[in-house]
Design a protein around this ligand. Sequence first.
Ligand code: FAD
Length: 501
Amino acid sequence: MPPTPDKTFRDTCDLLVIGGGINGCGIARDAAGRDLDVVLVEAGDIGGGTSSASTKLIHGGLRYLEFYEFKLVRKALAEREVLLNLAPHISWPLPFVLPLSEDTRPGWLIRIGLWLYDRLAKRTSIPNSSKIDLRRDRAGFVVAAKYKHAFRYWDGWVDDSRLCILNAQDALARGAEIVTRDGVESAFPSDDGWLVVLESGRELYARKIVNCTGPWAEQVAQDVLGVEDAPRLNLVQGAHIVVPRIGRQEDALMLQQPDGRVVFVLPYHDRYSLIGTTETAIASPDESGATDSEVDYLLDAANRYISRPIARDDIIAAFAGVRPLVLEEGKDARETSREWLLHDHAGTEALTVIGGKLTTYRLLAEAALKKLYPETRAWTATTRLPGGDIPVVRGKSARDAFLIWRAALVERFADYDPDIVVRLANVYGTRAVLMLEQGLGRNLGGIFETELDYLSAEEWATSAEDVLWRRTKLGLSVEMATVTNIESWFAKSFGASYTSP
Ligand SMILES: Cc1cc2nc3c(=O)[nH]c(=O)nc-3n(C[C@H](O)[C@H](O)[C@H](O)COP(=O)(O)OP(=O)(O)OC[C@H]3O[C@@H](n4cnc5c(N)ncnc54)[C@H](O)[C@@H]3O)c2cc1C
């Protein structure tokens, strides 16, 4: 059992993690489990940066094979199996259909790519790829009749913002302090590490610092840590749109575009499809937001393939995130490697983390800790994340075991509407049991008071936006009245100290 969380404020720590995206949360969890005294400081909400605006795939990255990134793809494919076991309530294998078209990559090239993709790493929960005839296959209902053939292959899906939260929760449970909504303003080298000043004025000493501020990393290295060797970033925005579900089948679509890019259409929370992404160079992470031309690009990209076209009026939500890529002179965003870089700042006890993928965050955390604390040992590959401790079923994948467990939960709590039990299990995993046992309290329009108690006490939620868009995706479906109810609930619970963001 992890030790009881210590929620007191530290004035010293071994390791200060700046940034509560997936990389910061992953490093904080790993470090706390190695008995280091860790403080993580996040300027906004946990996962509020790029890590809630990704395409949400746990994937090797089929298209990176085109750029001969075999090492990266192999590493990510092996990690796909590991991650699918750690939190089976928020992650699962997902089939992809890749229609063949005459004016894009030839079928034989894709066949070779998929042959490699199937074999680059060991698989236990992911099936083989296969060629399909769209005139006979279920995917033929969604794809326009002019496309006759396709490949079906498998990758993984994960709820990105919840993955951050689960890592932060486990870091806390293992003794880390997690500070949200208080950025690191400045840090000064001292005899024994760093004197760190937060925006709130709080000061603390940290022996080492790891800068995990994603798209802000260059700026933070330069302006907050004051180092002269800040790494150079290439900031590339990716936009997504959410529309009503395109087809009922479980397949995602991987759609090749005439410009050589690929766009995904993914099943998203039962009733929706998520379409993304673009690659648009931007100058500052604070400028991000889906542009009109990106939205047009995504609509065209989907309409090029699907049988029932979609239009601007169908869009329910749009969001954009910024890839913090390592600057490689002379390469465009598509060609730039998704490998991470761990950048030591000469003469200081500080490391800046850049690049990487959601898929490889756990490996990145291990690599960072190997650099910072070579004497400590890796442990996170098999230890499940909070809520992911579903009983193992022999011969079944972690996801199938979750589905069996969830069906039993619906039976056990037969007094509840089964849709509610399923939703809570999908979001909170085994932690839903306590809520159901305790009773859910008032229904505030699709979300319950007990959930809000839990989200504010255990998941650092402080607003309707945190709750509806990052802790859950209920924002896609609830009425405006629910937003007002949640804001009133926070105002009542936190009194005068509460200000709506
Ligand atoms: C459009 C898009 C799609 C993607 N899709 C996928 C995918 O499908 N699969 C995959 O594996 N990867 C994907 N990625 C990559 C992945 O999302 C990123 O690599 C990852 O989220 C980066 O996480 P991070 O922790 O480095 O940065 P972030 O999540 O951006 O976290 C940085 C945090 O630092 C905080 N911060 C900044 N300044 C300060 C300060 N002074 N003090 C304290 N905190 C500060 C910010 O508030 C922010 O929360 C995608 C990326 C993009 C942009």
